[in-house]
Design a protein around this ligand. Structure first.
Ligand SMILES: *[C@@H]1O[C@H](CO)[C@@H](O)[C@H](O)[C@H]1NC(C)=O
Ligand SMILES: *[C@@H]1O[C@H](CO)[C@@H](O)[C@H](O)[C@H]1NC(C)=O
Ligand SMILES: *[C@@H]1O[C@H](CO)[C@@H](O)[C@H](O)[C@H]1NC(C)=O
Ligand SMILES: *[C@@H]1O[C@H](CO)[C@@H](O)[C@H](O)[C@H]1NC(C)=O
Ligand SMILES: *[C@@H]1O[C@H](CO)[C@@H](O)[C@H](O)[C@H]1NC(C)=O
Ligand SMILES: *[C@@H]1O[C@H](CO)[C@@H](O)[C@H](O)[C@H]1NC(C)=O
Ligand SMILES: *[C@@H]1O[C@H](CO)[C@@H](O)[C@H](O)[C@H]1NC(C)=O
Ligand SMILES: *[C@@H]1O[C@H](CO)[C@@H](O)[C@H](O)[C@H]1NC(C)=O
Ligand SMILES: *[C@@H]1O[C@H](CO)[C@@H](O)[C@H](O)[C@H]1NC(C)=O
Ligand SMILES: *[C@@H]1O[C@H](CO)[C@@H](O)[C@H](O)[C@H]1NC(C)=O
Length: 224
């Protein structure tokens, strides 16, 4: 629950930050502006969705009526802004492209996490080291790694995905220094799946008391 309130503050913070973000990037190109608009739309959407769910709202605000009213007022404004933005077909098309790229990026990162988990489970030295020789943890990691391998096999068999990941990798390597733009777009569009993986991961962390974040994120993905 700690996580969800942190996430919630992030959503609000993002909704505010995204607006002032337009020329704060070093490149300041049109692409970056579009990205920040898409990012803003994503956070506005989250805000509207939150405000429309009484249960969730009460939960997140710990039933504080003042906070609930504040959020609903912000959401009402957000809703109007969204309507205006959504009517721009050019922007919507751009956002769809950015979202698709971010999704792919997210999937590539997931593959990396899954591979690390599988590799950890196959290395007894590393396993003993990371778990401080705790057999319960070792077993848990091995069980998760088996599932990770299955998921990885499915992803690897998708050549569209693997090709995209390869080209993304070389793009990132060659454009070293400008990766932050891509990263922030990805953060916006993939907020939901990554957040879900992390949220699942923190549940797992709490119950099993696992170790490194990549194990947790990989594990969280499998709980989706
Ligand atoms: C944004 O651009 C305006 C006009 O070019 C400039 O005055 C302002 O300082 C910029 N803001 C940031 C945060 O870079
Ligand atoms: C509202 O939020 C609750 C708890 O976060 C969730 O279980 C439920 O599915 C949501 N309802 C809708 C209609 O999205
Ligand atoms: C409810 O939220 C408001 C605004 O954030 C805050 O000032 C107030 O102290 C909160 N009330 C309670 C009972 O926590
Ligand atoms: C929404 O909030 C912004 C900034 O606070 C304000 O400029 C705008 O007029 C508001 N829009 C509506 C529809 O309330
Ligand atoms: C629609 O969005 C595009 C891309 O962000 C922008 O260049 C254009 O000015 C917008 N058009 C309107 C009418 O706001
Ligand atoms: C196993 O992990 C250890 C310690 O993390 C590392 O030094 C070693 O190179 C790894 N072995 C293999 C085969 O990857
Ligand atoms: C393969 O990956 C691409 C890119 O992520 C995706 O659009 C497509 O749906 C995937 N195909 C299958 C069969 O899962
Ligand atoms: C980017 O460059 C820095 C230093 O030049 C290097 O340490 C880093 O690993 C590079 N990152 C990528 C993704 O290539
Ligand atoms: C091993 O890990 C499990 C799960 O995190 C924990 O409950 C248990 O206390 C640990 N055992 C030892 C000896 O530390
Ligand atoms: C996992 O739990 C430990 C101990 O509660 C905590 O220190 C660590 O930050 C958690 N890691 C993640 C990724 O949530």
């Amino acid at each position: 629950m700690q996580f969800s309130s942190l996430f919630f503050s992030l959503v609000l913070a993002t909704a505010v930050v995204a607006k002032g973000d337009k020329n704060s990037t070093s490149t300041g190109t049109k692409a970056v502006t579009d990205k920040s608009m898409c990012k803003e739309m994503a956070s506005l959407n989250m805000l509207v969705k939150l405000a429309s769910n009484e249960t969730k709202l009460a939960d997140k605000t710990k039933n504080n009526a003042t906070k609930m009213a504040e959020i609903q007022a912000k959401a009402s404004n957000a809703s109007t802004m969204l309507t205006t933005m959504s009517s721009n077909a050019t922007l919507m098309a751009t956002c769809a492209t950015i979202d698709a790229a971010a999704k792919t990026d997210d999937e590539c990162e997931s593959m990396k996490s899954l591979m690390k988990l599988v590799s950890l489970a196959g290395n007894d030295t590393a396993l003993a080291d990371k778990t401080k020789n705790n057999q319960t943890k070792i077993d848990a990691i091995k069980t998760m790694a088996t599932k990770a391998q299955t998921k990885l096999d499915a992803m690897t068999s998708n050549t569209t995905l693997t090709t995209a990941c390869d080209s993304l990798k070389s793009t990132k390597a060659s454009k070293n220094g400008t990766q932050d733009a891509a990263a922030s777009a990805s953060a916006a569009a993939s907020a939901s799946s990554t957040a879900k993986a992390k949220s699942a991961a923190s549940m797992l962390n709490a119950s099993v008391g696992l170790i490194s974040s990549f194990v947790l994120v990989a594990a969280g993905m499998m709980m989706l």
